[in-house]
Write a protein that binds this ligand. Structure first.
Ligand SMILES: Cc1ncc(COP(=O)(O)O)c(C=O)c1O
Length: 369
C-alpha cells in the first residue's frame, strides 16, 4: 500500500491530536494593547509580586549559566511552607509539564487514560501523544464531575485519570470527601492526577486538597501552578506533590533544565510575598461577587466557579459572542473547542476591566433584543 509522508510516519496518537488553541493575545490579533482588555487566559490581573520582579533583576546578568537542574532552593521553600518532604516535589515548566510527565511516565500504546468531558484541554493532548486511548467521562447536567461514576469507566488497561478541581472552563470543583471516596473506590495502581492550578482562589475550604493525602494514597499526584494567583504565567512554573516513588518516575522523564533560573527565583520570592497573594485573592473574591450579581440580575446563564473565571452564555453561538465582545475591545475565550457551543469564558479582571465587561455585555445583549 502506498504510504504518504509524514502522515503515515508520525506516531499514531499524534495524528489524532487537535492542536491546542490558546486564548487570543493582543499581539496575535494585531491590535493595540492600550485599546484592548484581555480577559481570555485566567491570568492574575494585578500582575506579579514586586518581590518576584526584584529577585529576577538580580540575576539577569547570570543568563549564561544553566539553572540549578534540581531546583533545590525552590523545593526547600515549598517543603518548608507546605510541610512536604523534599523528594516528593517535582518541578515543572508550568504545571502543564507535570501533566505531560504523568502521561509519559505511565502511559503507552494499548493503555487508556480518563478525563471528564469539558475538562482542561491539555489532558487529551498529553494522553494521545503517548499512543494511549482517551476515555471521556460524562458530566452531570450542571457540568459537575461525578466522581462516583469513575469506577464504572475503568478496566485493567486504565492507567491514569486527570481531574481538575476547580476545572477550567466549567469552574466546578469536587470536595475533599468526594475525592477521598473516589480514591478509596479505585484500584491503587491507577494514577490519580488532581490538578489544583486554581487552588489559591478556592473560597470554600471543603474543596482544598491537603498534601498529606499522599501519605495515604501512593497513586496520587497533586499539582499546583504559579501562573494564576501568583501572576507568573510568563515564567512557566508549577509543581507536583506525590509519593517519593512517583516523583522519582516523573523526574526521569523531566528534562534536566526544564525550569529556568528566572522562574525559580521568581517562585521563591512570590511564595514569600503573602501580601501580594492576599491582595490577588481578595480582588478576585470581590469582583467575582460583583459579576455573579450582574449575571443574576440580567438573567444570564453562568456556571458557579471556585476559580478566577466564569463561563457564561448569551444564548447564541460561542464564536459570535466572542466576536461581539472583541468589537467592544474585550478578548474573551470562545468555548467551542471545549464542546460548549453556546458558552464563552471571561477571566475575572481588575475592577475597571470587569466594569467594561459589564457595560459591553449590556450593550451586546440589548442589541439582540
Ligand atoms: C486546570 C488547569 N490546569 C493546568 C493549567 C496549566 O497552567 P500552567 O502550565 O500555566 O501552570 C491551566 C492553565 O490554564 C489550567 O486551567
Amino acid at each position: 500500500m502506498k504510504k504518504t509522508f509524514p502522515e503515515d510516519s508520525v506516531n499514531i496518537g499524534v495524528n489524532k491530536i487537535t492542536p491546542y488553541k490558546p486564548g487570543k493575545s493582543s499581539d496575535s490579533l494585531n491590535m493595540s494593547k492600550e485599546k484592548l482588555i484581555k480577559l481570555a487566559s485566567n491570568e492574575n490581573p494585578i500582575g506579579p509580586s514586586k518581590l518576584a520582579t526584584k529577585a529576577i533583576s538580580h540575576i539577569v546578568e547570570e543568563a549564561h549559566r544553566y539553572p540549578d537542574g534540581n531546583g533545590t532552593k525552590l523545593k526547600q521553600e515549598i517543603s518548608k511552607l507546605e510541610k512536604v518532604p523534599l523528594d516528593c516535589i517535582t518541578l515543572g515548566n508550568g504545571s502543564n509539564d507535570l501533566i505531560e510527565f504523568s502521561a509519559r511516565a505511565f502511559l503507552t500504546n494499548g493503555d487508556n487514560a480518563l478525563f471528564f468531558k469539558h475538562g482542561f484541554a491539555i489532558y487529551p493532548l498529553a494522553i494521545l501523544a503517548t499512543g494511549a486511548d482517551l476515555r471521556e467521562l460524562p458530566v452531570t447536567k450542571n457540568y459537575n464531575q461525578d466522581l462516583t461514576s469513575v469506577i464504572n469507566f475503568i478496566d485493567e488497561k486504565s492507567k491514569v485519570i486527570f481531574i481538575a478541581s476547580p476545572n477550567n472552563p466549567t469552574g466546578s470543583a469536587n470536595t475533599l470527601s468526594e475525592i477521598e471516596a473516589m480514591l478509596n473506590d479505585l484500584p491503587n495502581d491507577l494514577i490519580v492526577f488532581l490538578d489544583q492550578a486554581y487552588f489559591e482562589y478556592i473560597e470554600d475550604e471543603h474543596y482544598k486538597l491537603p498534601f498529606d493525602l499522599i501519605d495515604k494514597y501512593q497513586n496520587l499526584v497533586i499539582s499546583r501552578s504559579f501562573s494564576k494567583a501568583h501572576g507568573l504565567a510568563a515564567y512557566r512554573l508549577g509543581y507536583s506533590i506525590s509519593s517519593q516513588k512517583i516523583a522519582d518516575y516523573l523526574n526521569r522523564v523531566r528534562q534536566p533544565f526544564n525550569v529556568s533560573s528566572f522562574a525559580l527565583e521568581a517562585g521563591i520570592a512570590s511564595l514569600n510575598d503573602k501580601e501580594h497573594l492576599r491582595k490577588s485573592i481578595d480582588l478576585n473574591q470581590r469582583e467575582k461577587n460583583k459579576l455573579m450579581q450582574f449575571f443574576k440580575k440580567e438573567n444570564i446563564e453562568y456556571l458557579p466557579t471556585q476559580g478566577n473565571f466564569f463561563s457564561f452564555s448569551l444564548d447564541t453561538d460561542s464564536d459570535e459572542t466572542f466576536e461581539a465582545f472583541l468589537n467592544e475591545g474585550i478578548i474573551l475565550r470562545s468555548l467551542k473547542s471545549y464542546n460548549m457551543d453556546r458558552f464563552v469564558r471571561v477571566s475575572i479582571g481588575q475592577e475597571y476591566e470587569n466594569d467594561a465587561f459589564i457595560e459591553a455585555t449590556k450593550k451586546i445583549k440589548g442589541s439582540r433584543n
